[in-house]
Design a protein around this ligand. Structure first.
Ligand code: C2O
Length: 345
């Protein structure tokens, strides 16, 4: 059977490994849960690369995050607030919820085939909340184009110290223009070499290595399964995705907070733009011809479901199958050159 959504009324303590955390990441409770229907799309939101964003769009993004941070103060229980949004990640990844009917089996949205659908829905509502606060239905989340040489460093918009997009809890040795090293390999120091290695690594995780859809997406994860662990994840999740969490997490903090740990990753505004690119990788992979079928048709995958608060503070239930077409969800990615397509090692 498919994975069921958590019961927010039985949210408990969250953990890193076996260490209980001193934070409460339980979402607000609601008696009404609606099955979510994608609203009709009037105009596509276009997610643009963060390093190419124009000033108007940078200003909008800053204002949206500022408004979410203000909600934290005016009403800490408002599910649209920045901290509440960050806590979603903790609630689904750090053991706060058991699977319904399976006491002691944590829900874990990483390292399996639900990794991409869960995070796509997460960003979908995050983006809609920002658009609603801005009263701008065209607002789109910028993506961090880390698969392109120009995006292989923290985008400058996240590194301005007095901006709402800034987070002090990052590795200070990796502030821009330090080049991101996806291999996390400290023996290679020449930036041009790091970039070329990054491109080969991208080619491999997107094209060279996966021999099946689950190789790329992650293994099956169903109702009653033990929480998946790192080796069960797909090539993209285990590769570039995890590397960025590890590269930018702050080693001064016990668990590499913020972006370096699940429970705290959402406190870094860069996290959402990071995941927009992870989501973009899913769309790109889908369109690359391969000698294996890209679609997973197992009903336990299609019907895996999650709960989120929408931009009207309504608790909604969504399922994986309703997020497979991102244009039907109302957004698309700006087209840019994809050099790793030509970087077969
Ligand atoms: Cu839910 Cu990049 O992690």
């Amino acid at each position: 059977d498919p994975l069921l959504p958590p019961e927010f009324t039985s949210c408990g303590i969250s953990y890193v490994g076996d260490d209980p955390l001193d934070v409460n990441c339980c979402p607000p409770i609601s008696d009404v849960i609606k099955d979510y229907k994608l609203p009709p799309v009037r105009q596509l939101r276009v997610r643009r690369a963060a390093h190419r964003l124009n000033r108007v769009n940078v200003a909008k993004y800053k204002r949206a995050v500022k408004m979410m941070r203000d909600l934290d103060v005016s009403d800490p229980t408002d599910p649209r607030g920045f901290s509440q949004q960050a806590n979603i990640h903790c609630a689904y990844c750090n053991g706060a919820h058991d699977q319904v009917g399976h006491e002691g089996l944590d829900i874990q949205v990483h390292f399996s085939w639900i990794f991409f659908p869960f995070h796509r829905w997460y960003l979908y509502f995050y983006e809609r909340i920002m658009a609603d606060l801005l009263k701008d239905p065209t607002f789109a989340l910028p993506y961090w184009n880390w698969d392109h040489p120009k995006g292989m460093q923290l985008p400058g918009i996240f590194d301005e110290e007095d901006s709402s997009l800034y987070d002090t809890n990052r590795n200070q040795d990796r502030r821009p223009p330090v080049v991101l090293n996806l291999a996390l390999n400290s023996t290679v120091t020449d930036p041009a070499q790091i970039i070329s290695n990054n491109l080969s690594l991208m080619y491999n995780e997107m094209i060279g290595t996966p021999a099946s859809a689950t190789d790329f997406m992650g293994k099956a994860y169903r109702d009653g399964d033990a929480p998946p662990t790192f080796p069960d994840g797909g090539t993209s999740e285990k590769g570039s995705h995890s590397a960025i969490h590890a590269w930018f997490g702050d080693p001064r903090n016990e668990y590499n907070e913020d972006i370096g740990n699940f429970y705290s990753a959402g406190r870094d505004p860069a996290f959402y733009s990071h995941h927009a690119n992870v989501d973009r990788m899913w769309t790109i992979w889908n369109d690359i011809p391969a000698d294996y079928p890209k679609a997973i048709t197992d009903p336990d995958y299609l019907n895996a479901s999650f709960l989120f608060y929408d931009e009207k503070k309504q608790l909604v239930r969504v399922k994986a199958a309703d997020c497979f077409n991102h244009k039907k969800m109302g957004y698309d990615y700006e087209n840019v050159d994809i050099p790793w397509l030509r970087s077969k090692p």
